[in-house]
Design a protein around this ligand. Structure first.
Ligand code: Z5A
Length: 221
């Protein structure tokens, strides 16, 4: 079984942005990436499902509201997209010393397929570990906003149907509660940000957290 120890002392930094639908992940990832680039970091902005050609094609399948699929079928598609993302994008970028900022990663599988769909969490953890070759984020920013606020934002943005986003409110509430549980269980890695505030406040908090983490990393080396 691949383990985190397969990646000792990697030169780059791996930061993920997680949260429920409409929490503002993509908005934050873009603005945070721009600020970190301005301060001299080589930033690789990427996302899941997507980030590779295979990931983009799997994304259109898994979100297609016309396509029925079982919960494990859905899970395998996300895992396949992740495996190609790790192999083709994340590993090379981290090996080159880049600061990788990924909009969603393995915590999304635990929150959506585990806590949201009700699939076995421990099995999902094992499958995540295989798909990622043991690559765990160094730091995760969890954007927390009530599901009602997130869904209101995404519906205001577009009326386009989406197989997962269109699930009922209770599903999205279970997903958010699942993210909270993950943050409690991995408090050394996951930092929660109140994402119900406006985007500039969310960015300010995120920048502070990332800069403090980067400073601590330099001091420790
Ligand atoms: N999924 C899964 O089930 N399992 C997995 O393993 C993975 C994913 C990896 C991906 O679709 C779906 O796949 C997702 C989880 C599932 N569920 N759904 N649906 P997606 O990429 O299309 O969806 P998303 O990841 O949830 O992205 P999103 O809907 O675009 O949400 P977001 O990135 O958090 O929000 P945003 O695009 O930055 O902002 C949404 C709108 O709100 C936009 O108009 C912004 O201008 C506005 N916004 C952003 N921030 C704010 C603040 N702070 N205040 C007010 N308005 C704001």
């Amino acid at each position: 079984m691949p383990a985190e120890a397969d990646w000792p002392g990697r030169p780059g930094a791996f930061i993920t942005v997680e949260g429920g639908d409409g929490a503002g992940k993509s908005t934050l990832a873009r603005s945070l990436g721009a600020c970190l680039s301005e301060s001299g970091h080589t930033v690789r902005l990427t996302f899941e499902p997507g980030g590779t050609e295979l990931g983009r094609r799997l994304r259109s399948l898994v979100l297609d509201p016309e396509l029925a699929m079982g919960d494990w079928d859905e899970t395998w598609l996300f895992l396949a997209a992740r495996a190609s993302h790790v192999q083709d994008v994340l590993k090379p970028a981290l090996a080159a010393g880049e600061l990788v900022l990924s909009d969603r990663y393995s915590d999304s599988t635990l929150a959506y397929q585990g806590y949201g769909r009700g699939l076995d969490i421990e099995r999902l953890r094992r499958l995540n570990s295989e798909a990622t070759q043991g690559l765990t984020p160094d730091l995760t920013l969890l954007l927390d906003a009530p599901a009602e606020i997130g869904l209101e934002r995404t519906r205001a943005r577009s009326a386009q149907a989406d197989r997962i986003g269109d699930a009922d409110l209770a599903f999205h509430q279970r997903v958010n509660a699942g993210f909270q549980k993950l943050a409690t269980d991995s408090s050394d890695r996951i930092v929660v940000i109140d994402a119900s505030r406006d985007a500039s406040h969310v960015l300010m908090d995120a920048l502070q957290i990332v800069n403090d983490w980067l400073d601590a990393r330099v001091s420790a080396s």
